[in-house]
Design a protein around this ligand. Structure first.
Ligand code: GDP
Length: 176
């Protein structure tokens, strides 16, 4: 029997190639981490029923988008039907953090005038050696761009994975 649901939120996961978008989605929906798995070609889609409280179920429609330029137009059509966005960078690759502002602008330009709620994720927080972005820089950027918040996540060590999706969907639910 189908699970009853009261709300449906589309969420896109964006960020530069190799920051770990597809690993995060896979960990969240399937519960596993596989170092050798391939990113999707183009776009991947998963559904997850989140039990918000005993009588509210939020159905999350999760879109994982490949960073390649040639898929940009497809990704944009999914953005239009989404209300939440996880913007990800890799804490060990400074340039992926520097590109967050441009991802943010691109999404906002495209979805306007619809609202879009953002969560900033500093990914691969398990990489203590080789870190190039400090936690307070992530926090400051999330604040500056009016995002719900900043979270540091490790898919590999399963740290803050479900918290990321919960924080974003609760943020959307509370702000709507
Ligand atoms: P995508 O292109 O953004 O979808 O990135 P992938 O999910 O394909 O991940 C890129 C690489 O980062 C892969 O080699 C993953 O195994 C690795 N990776 C993903 N998540 C983590 C993590 O939490 N910690 C570490 N250290 N590596 C990760």
């Amino acid at each position: 029997m189908e699970v009853p649901w009261n709300f449906r939120f589309g969420i896109v996961i964006l960020g530069d190639s190799a920051v770990g978008k597809s690993s995060l989605l896979h960990r969240f929906t399937e519960g596993t981490f596989d170092d050798s798995r391939q990113s999707p070609l183009g776009i991947d889609f998963k559904v997850y029923n989140m039990h918000y409280d005993p009588d509210v179920v939020i159905k999350l429609l999760l879109w994982d988008t490949a960073g390649q330029e040639r898929f940009r137009s497809i990704c944009k059509s999914y953005m239009r039907n989404s209300v939440g966005c996880i913007l990800m960078f890799d804490v060990s690759q400074r340039q992926t953090f520097d590109r967050i502002g441009s991802w943010h602008r691109e999404v906002l330009d495209y979805v306007k005038p619809n609202p879009m709620f953002f969560l900033l994720v500093g990914h691969k927080s398990d990489l203590a050696v080789g870190r190039q972005v400090r936690k307070n820089e992530g926090e400051a950027l999330a604040k500056k761009l009016n995002m719900i918040t900043y979270l540091e996540v490790s898919t590999k060590e399963n740290l803050n994975v479900s918290e990321a999706f919960e924080t974003l969907s609760r943020g959307i639910y509370d702000l709507f």
